[in-house]
Design a protein around this ligand. Structure first.
Ligand code: PNW
Length: 456
């Protein structure tokens, strides 16, 4: 299926996953520095101290993007590079760094799509309660204003938050992500404070750039198959908890109902929902796989750490079919169905796929001519089927504005450290972060050049 010049083909990365240089030019630690440096939290004790060394090699990365021919690049800004100290004062060196990247992208004809918060909360905010503290939302809005004031409409799209589901449930409900508090069903205040941060950040950016840039948020919406009641519950806790306040201006009444025993929602103040319900131009959707859920025969006790609070009546079943190196099932039709569903229920906003990609056990080979290569046919197949799924959604009438492949290069995969590789460029961590474009890189370059979504 042919797509117009307006459709954005891109790739995505995030600051902590690629940059390294944790103390350069005034940066101070984030909650992910603290977490990854705590023994036992990440595989092999991996940290983002070096990562892909992209803070220093950003021009090389931009050369790769030019070679790939992308229309847009989704990057995130490291919060502790911009406001490194508790007084919230802007760090000019940090701002200069991202201004250089944004300008260099534009010089190359690549649209900068900037995520303001991709999980690297300054550690000093973490020490003051992080997302449990309502004040964090206001501080993040101040930070958003600082960035938007400097970068202005040179940025194509400002995304307030990446995957608040991970920043709340996985980070405060469970223990997998920083700060890893494992509060289980006591994590709902973080949900509301993230929603509030989105609203305040969107408002702050809009006040700076007007209609010069788009404003958005990225959600990792869960696509669930299985028993209707179990699907309904996981949709409420996983999806509507963000979608309804952000796009409709209310929390679903049912949410108060099913959480009644553990949470009174008294942290929601008058006027909050009006703030959260800021007009946005586009909604980012991250999609990798689907869940299979069933109603539990006997409700399980979720007294402890969990990423699914108030889902004690839901069982997650093993998913059928093929799986990726993350153990995630491959379900391209889930992406079509998810995009169609979101558009039907929230028709006022256009959509963009801000992440999709596959972790593979890639093997680097040395070719007879001495060059390195990675023949990642399974990744190509995955990408092909998911781009086709995007095409089906467009054909069904969903306004999908673009597709960002996760990721431009292998990087620090959070708690999995460097053991999971999502890149279409290999990073050889043992050999000075040498970059090797994989076969999927050449394949994606052709897709972009042809502006043709595959039929699969
Ligand atoms: C997303 N889950 O993370 C993030 O936005 C990226 O930074 C990350 O590298 C990418 O997906 C691949 O994992 C997720 O447990 C992490 O469902 C965990 C989950 C979902 C998304």
């Amino acid at each position: 299926m042919h797509v117009s010049q307006r459709f954005m083909f891109g790739t995505a990365t995030a600051a902590y996953q690629i940059e390294g240089s944790p103390t350069a030019e005034g940066r101070t630690p984030s909650i992910w520095d603290a977490y990854s440096h705590t023994p036992g939290k990440t595989v092999n004790g991996d940290t983002g101290d070096v990562a892909c060394d992209s803070y220093r090699r950003w021009e090389d990365d931009l050369d790769l993007l030019s070679d790939l021919g992308v229309d847009a690049y989704r990057l995130s800004i490291s919060v502790p590079r911009i406001i490194p100290t508790p007084d919230g004062a802007p760090n000019q060196a940090g701002l200069d760094h991202y201004e250089r990247i944004v300008n260099a992208l534009r010089d190359r004809g690549i649209r900068p799509v900037v995520t303001l918060y991709h999980w690297d909360l300054p550690q000093y905010m973490g020490e003051q309660g992080g997302w449990l503290n309502r004040d964090t939302a206001y501080r993040m809005a101040d930070y958003a204003r600082i960035v938007a004031r400097r970068l202005g409409d040179c940025v194509d799209t400002y995304t307030t938050l990446n995957e608040p589901w991970c920043s709340s449930y996985l980070s405060y409900g469970a223990t997998e992500h920083a700060p890893g508090l494992g509060l289980g069903d006591k994590c709902f205040p973080t949900v509301h404070h993230l929603n509030l941060a989105h609203g305040l950040m969107a408002e702050a950016v809009r006040a700076e750039v007007g209609t010069g840039s788009k404003v958005s948020v990225t959600l990792n919406l869960q696509f669930n198959r299985g028993d209707a009641d179990a699907v309904h519950r996981t949709d409420l806790i996983g999806n509507r908890v963000w979608l309804d306040p952000m796009l409709r201006g209310y929390y679903p009444a049912e949410l108060f109902d099913v959480t009644r025993k553990v949470c009174d929602w008294s942290f929601v103040r008058d006027g909050d929902l009006r703030l959260i319900n800021q007009p946005i131009d586009v909604l980012g959707v991250n999609y990798y796989s689907s869940n299979l859920v069933a109603l539990a025969k006997t409700p399980h006790d979720d007294g402890g750490a969990t990423a699914w609070p108030c889902c004690e009546n839901v069982d997650w079943l093993p998913t059928p079919g093929e799986h990726t190196a993350m153990g995630w099932n491959i379900d391209p039709q889930g992406l079509t169905d998810l995009l169609v569903r979101v558009h039907n229920d929230y028709p006022s906003v256009s959509l963009v796929v801000t992440e999709n990609g596959m972790a593979c056990d890639d093997v680097e080979v040395k070719e007879p001519d001495g060059t390195f290569a990675v023949h990642d046919d399974r990744r190509i197949e995955y990408l092909k089927r998911h781009l086709a799924a995007v095409g089906r959604a467009i054909r069904a009438g969903v306004p999908v504005e673009g597709y960002f492949l996760w990721s431009l290069m292998d990087n620090f995969e959070w708690a999995f450290g460097y053991t999971k590789r999502f890149g279409i460029v290999r990073v050889d961590y043992e050999d000075d972060c040498r970059r090797v474009p994989k076969d999927s890189f050449a394949w994606y370059r052709q897709v972009i050049a042809d502006r043709e979504l595959p039929e699969a």
